[in-house]
Design a protein around this ligand. Structure first.
Ligand SMILES: [Zn+2]
Length: 246
């Protein structure tokens, strides 16, 4: 089973581009993807849950909803995220350091909740490896998926190595390989961590050249990195299926 573990109903780009559940499923059909993890960012946690809930209700067998944990000054988001996990089939939580601090008072209640319910947190650290290290140490039972292996489109191998070193130390740290441009690093990560904690995602949808070709190009990137056989199927779906207990 091929699972895209990182798909946006609403992106964090300047245009805040949005995609409908239908567009996402059509692109999956065009590229041979069975299921996708979907979430929205650059909106409130409440609106993001509502969007992912609707997408999942439209395509319950294809789209896997994640909550978005953006703190809210008016009311706590924790209850709402908990309801989504316990009552609405949400399987994980997204956190993005581009929209909020990763200070303990913001992230720890979310990581505790994830721990309590056995769901992973997909976190974009935008390069802040010290925050990963603190969280991985403080919440050893919470699976933390590091978006983009540390930073989107990162060409700084030293920075990737800092994240990789933390993943070698803490077994609850997983690597999302979406938006990774140093393709040879993917092979290296598999060699150093083993294939079990490497998770494929596209960070799509992306319209160039078209939604489906963007996905197939990304799949080709993983194959081009030299991964094949059982390792490839684990990375393209088996690992995230196990983490989400699909
Ligand atoms: Zn993303």
């Amino acid at each position: 089973m091929v699972i895209d573990s990182h798909v946006h109903l609403r992106h964090g780009n300047a245009e805040r581009t949005e995609y409908t559940a239908r567009q996402i499923v059509d692109s999956m059909d065009g590229a041979g993807v069975d299921k996708s993890v979907v979430f929205a960012i650059c909106t409130t946690a409440f609106d993001a849950i509502s969007r992912a809930r609707t997408a999942h209700e439209l395509y319950p067998d294809r789209l896997i909803p994640y909550a978005y944990a953006l703190p809210n000054a008016e009311r706590s988001i924790i209850g709402c995220i908990e309801e989504a996990i316990t009552g609405l089939d949400f399987k994980g939580i997204k956190i993005h350091a581009g929209e909020c601090t990763l200070a303990e008072y913001v992230t720890d209640p979310v990581l505790e909740l994830a721990d309590e319910h056995g769901v992973p947190c997909l976190i974009d650290f935008i390069g802040r490896h010290a925050d990963l290290e603190r969280m991985a140490r403080a919440f050893p039972d919470t699976p933390i998926i590091v978006a983009h292996m540390g930073r989107y489109l990162c060409t700084d191998r030293g920075l990737i190595d800092r994240f990789l070193g933390i993943a070698e130390t803490y077994g609850n740290v997983h690597m999302d390989i979406s938006g990774v441009v140093l393709i040879w690093k993917i092979r290296e990560v598999v060699e150093r961590l083993g294939p079990e904690r490497i998770i494929w995602g596209t960070d799509g949808p992306y319209p160039t050249p078209d939604l489906a070709t963007y996905i197939t190009t990304d799949l080709a990137k993983v194959r081009a990195s030299g991964i094949c056989g059982p390792e490839l199927s684990a990375i393209l779906g088996g690992n995230i299926a196990r983490l989400l207990a699909l």
